[in-house]
Design a protein around this ligand. Structure first.
Ligand code: HEM
Ligand code: HEM
Length: 226
């Protein structure tokens, strides 16, 4: 057991990803609404880097960040819901099974949003994503339409995300936000005594690979879209 009664649940890279992504989504919304499309596209390429990083970190990252550790089987979900209904909420080390579903939906919506943005063309063909030249005008228009639809889906998912976090705080007296900021929560909160994450055991070469792949994706788009 860790000596510190507060154990590490989310690694620093994941937390940085989370808050930068939240900020970037707001910035993408603002730039689109206000027609600041140069910045919409520039920041969009940064968001592509962030998401690429997160996908690689889902393979190489620490335990709670890794997709293979996520529990979304029907059994895990049913057991979790049963616990919630009986009012015996016990925090999960990492995303809980229902939360994981919403996290997957948000990550997919973000990928769709960024993927379609790269190829989008507006009605008069003036505003286009950096890779729009690779596809026909019609395909670029379809991308723009999906871009608009997936934006609404993303907004709905984010609203649900924030409502769920507020519900945990109010009804279950469980503050999930603090661990997403500090990375830590009390060992005693968990049913089973387990080791927290250990930053010193994080694989720095894996972190370097994830950053390199993310930088590579941004570089490729800038080079092709140049
Ligand atoms: C545009 C805004 C936001 C987006 C797109 C977003 C997206 C995400 C994603 C993708 C995750 C999963 C992290 C991962 O494993 O990669 C997550 C987790 C989380 N987010 Fe957000 N988020 C947003 C805003 C917020 C806000 C405003 C708060 C605080 C009020 C918040 C609190 C959290 C918390 C506490 C978790 C961890 C949940 C858990 O314990 O399982 N998020 N968010
Ligand atoms: C979370 C990320 C993003 C959000 C929230 C977002 C949001 C939006 C919104 C709300 C619009 C206006 C849609 C309309 O009313 O026509 C728009 C248009 C556009 N976006 Fe994004 N976007 C994102 C990512 C990207 C990326 C990564 C790129 C490219 C690098 C991009 C390129 C464009 C282009 C070219 C348009 C104009 C298309 C048109 O007017 O039909 N977007 N975006």
């Amino acid at each position: 057991m860790a000596k510190d009664p507060r154990i590490l649940v989310w690694d620093g890279a994941l937390r940085l990803f989370h808050w930068l992504t939240a900020f970037m989504v707001l910035a993408m919304w603002w730039t689109a609404e206000n027609g600041v499309m140069d910045w919409h596209k520039r920041l969009g390429i940064l968001l592509l880097g962030l998401l690429t990083f997160r996908l690689v970190w889902g393979v190489f990252g620490s335990r709670t960040a890794r997709f293979s550790s996520w529990q979304i089987g029907p059994g895990a979900i049913a057991a979790y819901l049963k616990g919630l209904r009986s009012g015996q909420h016990r925090p999960t080390f990492g995303h809980n099974p229902v939360g994981t579903l919403s996290v997957i939906a948000m990550l997919l919506a973000l990928c769709t949003q960024v993927g379609t943005g790269l190829f989008s063309v507006d009605v008069d063909g003036l505003e286009s994503g950096p890779l729009a030249a690779l596809v026909s005008f019609e395909t670029g228009r379809v991308a723009a339409e999906v871009h608009e639809i997936s934006f609404n889906v993303l907004l709905a998912l984010v609203a649900l995300h924030i409502a769920a976090i507020a519900t945990y705080l109010v009804f279950f007296k469980d503050n999930l936000v603090r661990p997403m900021v500090t990375g830590r929560r009390a060992q005693a909160d968990f049913e089973a005594e387990g080791e927290g994450l250990d930053h010193s055991k994080l694989s720095w070469p894996h972190l370097a690979i994830a950053i390199a792949v993310a930088a590579g994706a941004m570089w490729a788009v800038l080079r092709i879209g140049g």
